[in-house]
Each structure stands twice: as structure tokens, then as C-alpha cells.
Design a protein. Structure first.
Length: 138
């Protein structure tokens, strides 16, 4: 099973991320998002960051998860390449450990700038094979 595929959409870009579990699909969605931003194969795991989130539902949790990563990327100039995610579906909670480093324009290829995570066409399939679909405003 592939981890994700890029979705081209008018004035937007997105990912459809797959997994054996919803946790894996959330991790692959983050991987896809950062592959849009930069070449993640060049990212070293110099820093480890813990993220804990809760939301009203899984759709909000997915947007909050990717939004938090996007915030860290913009506010702290960080890029991430490794994502360990645990999603508590019943309680709409997420616990993650992500690894990455500060963005270095000489080392990291600059891809497409993502401005925001959107709810447009957002989809979550909880049954196997699990997948999530999310579009980004660029």
C-alpha cells in the first residue's frame, strides 16, 4: 500500500493518505504535507517534538494536527521528516512524536508554500484500508 498520493485541485493542493490504521493515515498525511513543502529525504532528525491534541471529532483533529505542524514550520522555521502518531478515535485525541530540524534554504529544497489546512473535501475513512483526504490552501 502506498503511503499517500498528491491531489491537484484548482488553486489548492492536497493529499490522500493511507494506512492500516487511522494513526498511520494521519502520519502519512503529515509526511505528504511536508513532501509538498520540501524534500523530506534531506531532513535530519536533530530535534524531537511532542504534540498532544484533542478535538470535538476526528475531522477537526486531522485539521488541528496538520495545522499545528504547519504552525511550527512557519513560526519556528522547522521541517519534519518522521512522524509517530497515536490517534484515540473514541475520544478524538492525538499524541505524536515528530522529528526534524530547522529549515536551511541551502540544504533543503523549497517546494510549495502551504498557507493553511482546509476543511474543503476533507474525508476520513476509519475502516480498513483507512485513509484521509485533506486539501491545503497554497
Amino acid at each position: 500500500m502506498k503511503a499517500y498520493e498528491i491531489i491537484e485541485h484548482t488553486a489548492d493542493i492536497g493529499v490522500k493518505a493511507y494506512g492500516n490504521t487511522l494513526s498511520e493515515a494521519f502520519a502519512h498525511a503529515a509526511q505528504g504535507m511536508f513532501d509538498i513543502i520540501t524534500d523530506t529525504s534531506q531532513i535530519k532528525n536533530k530535534g524531537i517534538y511532542r504534540i498532544e491534541l484533542s478535538a470535538e471529532n476526528l475531522e477537526e483533529l486531522l485539521v488541528d494536527w496538520l495545522g499545528e505542524l504547519l504552525f511550527l514550520q512557519g513560526a519556528r522555521n522547522l521541517v519534519f521528516g518522521t512522524f509517530e502518531v497515536a490517534v484515540d478515535e473514541k475520544n478524538s485525541k492525538l499524541s505524536a512524536i515528530v522529528s526534524g530540524e530547522e529549515l536551511d534554504r541551502e540544504k533543503h529544497t523549497i517546494g510549495t508554500e502551504i498557507k493553511a489546512v482546509t476543511y474543503h473535501m476533507l474525508e476520513i475513512q476509519r475502516e480498513k484500508p483507512c485513509f484521509v483526504t485533506v486539501l491545503f490552501d497554497i
